[in-house]
Design a protein around this ligand. Structure first.
Ligand SMILES: [Ca+2]
Ligand SMILES: [Ca+2]
Length: 232
């Protein structure tokens, strides 16, 4: 049995395992409300805008000396530990749903650290983030932003610290001012007129260890037989 055949055999067994893994019908979904949300302003770098009486999340890009700069950022934190243990997140999306906007905003979404809360965050003390933390960029169209797919980041944070924190800024090569206003989780009362920024998560149970063991054992036995056989 050649090297290629061994690889092919391993590959096929992995695909069978993967199929069993994802074809389970034990799938769930959850709409997660932010546990913290706030915005911060460059022009007021020590002012807090995320307290309980702040119902608005605000994003802004302004013109300074003929250049547009991001002047207000939005921050959201979600608690992924509400998802039970031993799940795999198959989808996580966030829809930045504005109730009003100006200009032609284009939104960039970044992952940031969790070391902040809505009552104390300011522009100066917020966790920093870099271009390497960018999860996506979306133009604004027809009053609705496309949903950002943050599945990989959500799964990684679910497996580690259990929280995912995101920052949205207005970016892009814009030469005009723009702004976006959204409702914060603090205004949420179950009234659809005040929709906060949800994280929509879909997840599935990981197969029981016993089931996995049987599958793996079956794969190994079959693999050994194929190694002894001259043909694949
Ligand atoms: Ca808030
Ligand atoms: Ca985290």
């Amino acid at each position: 049995m050649g090297k290629y055949s061994i690889y092919k055999c391993v590959y096929l067994h992995l695909m069978v395992l993967l199929f069993v893994f994802v074809s389970t019908d034990r799938a769930y979904s959850a709409l997660l409300l932010p546990v913290d949300d706030a915005y911060t302003r460059v022009a007021a770098p020590d002012t807090k805008f995320g307290n309980l009486d702040d119902n608005i999340i605000f994003l802004e890009r302004i013109i300074v000396d003929s250049e547009s700069i991001s002047s207000a950022e939005a921050h959201f934190k979600y608690d992924l530990s509400v998802i039970p243990a031993n799940q795999i997140i198959t989808s996580a999306t966030i829809l930045l749903d504005p109730f009003t906007f100006t200009g032609s905003p284009e939104i960039s979404l970044f992952e940031m650290g969790d070391n902040w809360d809505e009552s104390t965050i300011t522009y100066n003390n917020r966790p920093t983030f870099t271009q390497a933390d960018k999860l996506g960029e979306k133009p604004f169209s027809e009053s609705i932003f496309d949903a950002f797919d943050v599945t990989a980041a959500a799964q990684a944070n679910y497996l580690t610290d259990g929280f995912i924190s995101l920052t949205a800024v207005i970016s892009g090569p814009l030469q005009t001012a723009s702004s976006v206003s959204m409702y914060s989780q603090n205004i949420f009362s179950g009234n659809n007129n005040f929709t906060p920024i949800y994280l929509n998560v879909e997840y599935q149970e990981i197969p029981e260890p016993a089931t996995l063991s049987i599958l793996l054992l079956g794969g190994v036995i079959s693999f050994r037989k194929k190694i002894r056989s001259p043909h694949f």
